[in-house]
Write a protein of this length. Structure first.
Length: 159
């Protein structure tokens, strides 16, 4: 009994309980929001599928369409930031991370899973710029070890 209590306290201290998964997946948001938000999320998911297939320009087109449909969709900016890091444009990625964070904050949607992605994407972009993003990546790993354990967010992990 004492061992179980210690285990529970230890897990709470690490930020999650056994079996909990803070990972943010866009597919989990599919039914959220108004019709424009749902359509925009579907476009983001299609873009992530295309990114996973290596169809980078088609994926970028889907993300851009997602923003045209709903310019306040913070998840479209997250997907774009992830895409730009993979494409080697950390400056643009950082701008998208900042936009996503501002929208998420304004919408009261800063969950641990979202914060992990924001921190990890910011850290990855800073590292790609030759700067120090290690603290951001470490925070992302702590918040979401499943998605950020390797220091990279691939399309399937965000989808």
């Amino acid at each position: 009994m004492i061992a179980l209590g210690s285990l529970a306290i230890g897990c709470v201290g690490m930020g999650s309980l056994p079996g909990s998964d803070p990972s943010l997946r866009l597919t989990d948001l599919g039914a959220a929001g108004d019709p424009a938000r749902r359509a925009s999320l579907r476009l983001c998911i299609e873009g992530l599928n295309l990114d996973e297939q290596g169809r980078d320009s088609a994926a970028l087109s889907q993300y851009q369409r997602a923003i045209q449909v709903d310019s306040t969709n913070p998840y479209a900016y997250l997907a774009l930031a992830r895409h730009e890091i993979d494409e080697g444009d950390p400056d643009r990625a950082l701008a998208y991370v900042d936009q996503a964070e501002a929208l998420l904050d304004a919408q009261g949607a800063l969950t641990p899973g979202v914060e992990a992605h924001l921190s990890g994407l910011r850290g990855a972009a800073l590292m790609a710029q030759g700067g120090s993003g290690a603290l951001h990546l470490d925070r992302a790993r702590r918040l979401d070890p499943h998605s950020w354990g390797d220091g990279h967010l691939d399309a399937a992990e965000l989808r």
